[in-house]
Structures are given as C-alpha cells and as structure tokens.
Design a protein around this ligand. Structure first.
Ligand code: ZN
Length: 250
C-alpha cells in the first residue's frame, strides 16, 4: 500500500494543490491534522482534503479551536488572530466536518498488514497537543507507540527518530526527495514536515510517501506559488507576518 502523508496544510491551498499535482500515485491518504489556521483558504482546503479518498484523517490543535472544541488560550498572538478569523469564515458544513475529525493516535488498518503499517498522530502519540522536538519527547513517544512506525506532525519540521534499544536521531531529510528504507526490528517516529507552513528554512511544501510493501518512506518538497498564498493572506486582513514567513520557510 502506498500512503500519501500530509500534515499541517494550514489553509494553504496553493501548497496543497502543488503537492497533490506532484505526488507519485498513491493508494491511501493520511492527513495528520491542522488543515486550517494561518492561511487564507480554510474552506477550499477542507473541501479539497475531505474529497481525498480513501483517506484517514485526524485533527490538529488548530482544527480543534476552529471547530470550537478547544479554547484559544494556549495560542500565541498570531495563531490566535488567524484562528479567530478562520472561525468566522468557515462554513457551517466545513466547521462540522472539522469538528468530527478523530483524535490521534490512530492505527491504520491495512488488509494485509506490513511491518511498517503505521499509526498516525498530530503532536505526539501520548498527547495530540504536545510537540516532539527532542530526544526526551521522542523517548516518551517510543514508550507508548503501538506500531513500529508512528507518523507525527505539529512542529512543521521534518524529523526522524529511530529506536532499537538505543535512541538515534537521524538526519532530517533534505533536498527535493529523500528516501529512507525502514529496517525491521527498529521503531521509528517520523515527521515529514508541513505542507502549508514549513519551518525548517525551506519554503517548499513538504509531504511524504510511504510504501509499506517495500518499507521505503520518501520525504518530498514541492515548489508552489508562494506569492499567491501571500496575497490572499494580505487581502484577508490576516497578520502580515503570516505571509512573510511563507517565503522563508520559518
Ligand atoms: Zn500546525
């Protein structure tokens, strides 16, 4: 089974379209949450993502706030302004769809389970809102995962941790497409990066492809029309910084 892995689209329709156009053929989409927030196209992104089929979806922290399921308390000034705008523009149907997104982690059901049939979460496998940024967070994650491969998002930074009794942080994928062959007997926590608001200094949209028949996971970057996404953010009256950061991938 070939899985398309999308995380943190953040209402960036230009980035999402570029990813869907450039992606190799896939059988099943995994959408790791934060469809909305920051960007100017929450309705179009929700509708485009909802139409991906077959797919497994989970919610992110921005989705929860936009759907009225969590308070804006923990959000910084920028995230707060963007999510309040998002709440106002989401159509009732799209808001209801976002509100119904399940909480991670979710183990993926595959007709013929493979060694690396994954589970997915937004932040961490022990708490959907927690960031996995360092060894300590990863160690906590490895203690609770139920599959040898757990895909996560939330930090917007590609990252790979491996555990085979010892913890190793592997080099994050760089370049246009970087592939890793997963080794049996090793467990992995992998973040393929963000589609709609990369924060690793590379402005291109990031996404992943996992082939469970070959155990190869590829992280790919797709160029997209950043200027168009920026213009929409400015036209919507969202904070200028949200447009600026797209150009530098921070
Ligand atoms: Zn996010």
């Amino acid at each position: 089974m070939r899985y398309l892995i999308l995380s943190d689209v953040h209402a960036n329709l230009e980035a999402l379209e570029a990813v869907l156009e450039s992606a190799e053929p896939w059988d099943h989409a995994l959408v790791l949450g934060d469809l909305v927030g920051y960007g100017a196209d929450p309705n179009a992104v929700v509708e485009r993502v909802a139409a991906l089929t077959p797919a497994t979806f989970i919610r992110g922290n921005h989705d929860k706030v936009a759907a009225g399921l969590a308070s804006v308390e923990g959000f910084n000034h920028l995230a707060r302004q963007a999510i309040q705008w998002t709440e106002q523009v989401l159509t009732p149907d799209n808001r209801a769809w976002v509100a119904a997104l399940p909480q991670g982690p979710v183990p993926i059901a595959e007709p013929q389970p493979q060694p690396f049939t994954p589970e997915i979460c937004h932040g961490a496998p022990f708490d959907e809102d927690v960031y996995i940024f360092d060894d300590l967070d990863a160690r906590r994650g490895f203690r609770v995962i139920t599959r040898p491969l757990c895909l996560f998002g939330h930090t917007h930074v590609p990252a790979m941790y491996a555990f085979d009794g010892e913890l190793a942080m592997m080099d994050p994928p760089r370049g246009r497409a970087s592939a890793v062959t997963l080794q049996e007997g090793v467990s992995y926590l992998i973040n393929v990066g963000a589609v709609g608001q990369p924060r690793d200094g590379d402005p291109r949209a990031a996404y992943g492809l996992l082939d469970t028949a070959t155990s190869v996971l590829t992280v790919t970057r797709a160029e997209y029309d950043v200027a168009a996404a920026q213009r929409k953010i400015m036209t919507a009256g969202l904070p200028e910084v949200l447009a600026q950061r797209l150009a530098i991938g921070r």
